[in-house]
Write a protein that binds this ligand. Structure first.
Ligand code: SAM
Length: 253
């Protein structure tokens, strides 16, 4: 897979693409990912990339031509038969794990980062296939948002995570939040690691973790439970647990 991030602040992104799992995935050729500077594609002497909005209003807008030329150059170098072009914007669909899974199957992604007051609508209409937000708040630019999106995609590409880092049991992968995890020491400030995790009994550990994931989700994100396939036993256990520990709102379980 190839991911190209179009930005006016390439130098802020480059270091983030060299570290940890994304950096390793790039080094091991699981992913071709880079940030491309839009500014050199400006077709004016001063490499101006922003201008005042027609009709007035606060701030500056990114001009369409440099973005379009940058996009054309990226496309020209690519051998991909299909691609999706994402514009990072607070007006887009809010990013989630399902979307990360869907996009991780694409051959090529181009991500456009806006800045200032945003981007001239005409270039959005011309090249963008998907508008994506990382939450209902406004950031200064799309760079942090693009890194969030890219990171969550890259870790899903087969081979990128080693066996020990598998995403299969992570939060959202089965619709549930992950169970609580513990490492050494076995006792920390008088708090003991649950006995079952030290028992060596894999079946019991698996059952314990499944229930803890359900319990965790119930407390932190009960809205997720409506889309989770619980067994009859788990459903019963959860109803009893809820009656005992919390006031259950009607229709929650
Ligand atoms: N004027 C725009 C609006 O009201 O929709 C906001 C512009 S914002 C200051 C500048 C840029 O940051 C946007 O073009 C977008 O690329 C990025 N951005 C801001 N908030 C974002 C969010 N929640 N998710 C994704 N990108 C965001």
């Amino acid at each position: 897979m190839k991911i190209t991030i179009m930005t006016l602040f390439k130098e802020t992104m480059d270091p983030m693409l060299e570290y940890s799992i994304v950096g390793r995935a790039k080094k091991n050729n699981y992913i071709d990912i880079e940030a491309v500077d839009i500014r050199p594609f400006a077709n004016n002497k001063h490499l101006q990339v922003d201008d005042y909005p027609y009709g007035g209003g606060a701030g500056m807008l990114m001009m369409p031509d440099p973005i379009y030329s940058c996009y054309q150059a990226i496309k020209k170098q690519s051998q991909a038969k299909t691609r999706r072009v994402i514009y990072m914007t607070p007006q887009g669909n809010v990013w989630n794990q399902q979307m990360a899974e869907e996009f991780s199957k694409e051959e090529e992604l181009i991500i456009l980062c806006g800045h200032y007051e945003g981007v001239d609508q005409r270039v959005i209409d011309e090249i963008v296939t998907d508008e994506v937000s990382i939450g209902d708040y406004v950031l200064t630019g799309g760079e942090l948002a693009a890194l969030v999106v890219a990171d969550s995609i890259v870790r899903l590409i087969p081979g990128v995570l080693g066996k020990s880092e598998s995403f299969e049991k992570e939060s959202f992968s089965e619709g549930l939040l992950e169970y609580p995890q513990y490492t050494r020491p076995a006792v920390f400030l008088d708090r003991k690691v649950p006995d079952v995790l030290l028992s060596g009994n894999h079946k019991k550990i698996e059952d314990y973790r499944r229930w803890e994931a359900i319990r965790n989700t119930f407390h932190k994100r009960p809205d997720l439970l409506k889309d989770v396939q619980l067994t009859k036993e788990e459903q019963q256990l959860l109803t009893e647990y809820a009656k005992k520990h919390c006031k259950v709102k009607e229709g929650m379980l």
